[in-house]
Ligand binder design. Structure first.
Ligand code: 4NP
Length: 163
């Protein structure tokens, strides 16, 4: 099983949306026996909460139901996951500070928009303090990036997608 973890700050907006989109794409391609995913946040402030209502609304408008409960990133995630995908440069830096705990593990640490053909390497902006438009934009960015990320995994691991 290829295990993917999406990481943002609060784990109530960007990373649960990334997880929901990616899971949707995985199922569309009937790859759920080969790829699994989860998400986590760098702070535990929202631990146990469902994603932000505005993110859930955007998701459901696009046929995706978000049921993840916020949980903090821990050192054990370096062992448990093959791909750790940070939403922005601050998340990436905060994960790198903890990397001592991941010594000898085989995970790959990357940024979500490494897979965005339009703005490669930039941040998935935090929509938390923004209007509803911010949430729709966030969805679009995450869809583009996750389609390419899944294509990358398919090539990297020689998988056979349905679509
Ligand atoms: P997220 O957005 O990192 O995309 O889940 C945030 C949600 C809440 C907070 C920060 C970011 N907060 O500080 O409460």
């Amino acid at each position: 099983m290829i295990k993917v973890l999406f990481v943002c700050l609060g784990n109530i907006c960007r990373s649960p949306m990334a997880e929901g989109i990616f899971q949707h794409l995985v199922e569309e391609n009937e790859l759920q026996d080969q790829i699994s995913c989860d998400s986590a946040g760098m702070i535990s402030f929202h631990q146990g909460e469902l994603p932000d209502k505005r993110m859930r609304n955007t998701a459901s408008k696009n046929g995706i139901t978000l049921t993840h409960r916020s949980r903090p990133f821990t050192g054990k995630d370096f062992q448990a996951f093959d791909y750790i995908i940070a939403m922005d440069k601050k998340n990436l830096k905060d994960i790198q500070i903890l990397e001592e705990k991941g010594k000898g593990q085989k995970y790959k640490l990357m940024m979500m928009r490494d897979f965005d053909r339009n703005e490669s390497g930039s941040d998935v902006e935090d929509p938390y303090y923004k209007s509803d438009v911010g949430f729709d934009n966030c969805y679009q960015v995450l869809m583009e990036s996750n389609q390419n990320f899944l294509n990358y995994l398919v090539l990297e691991h020689g998988l056979t997608p349905k679509n």
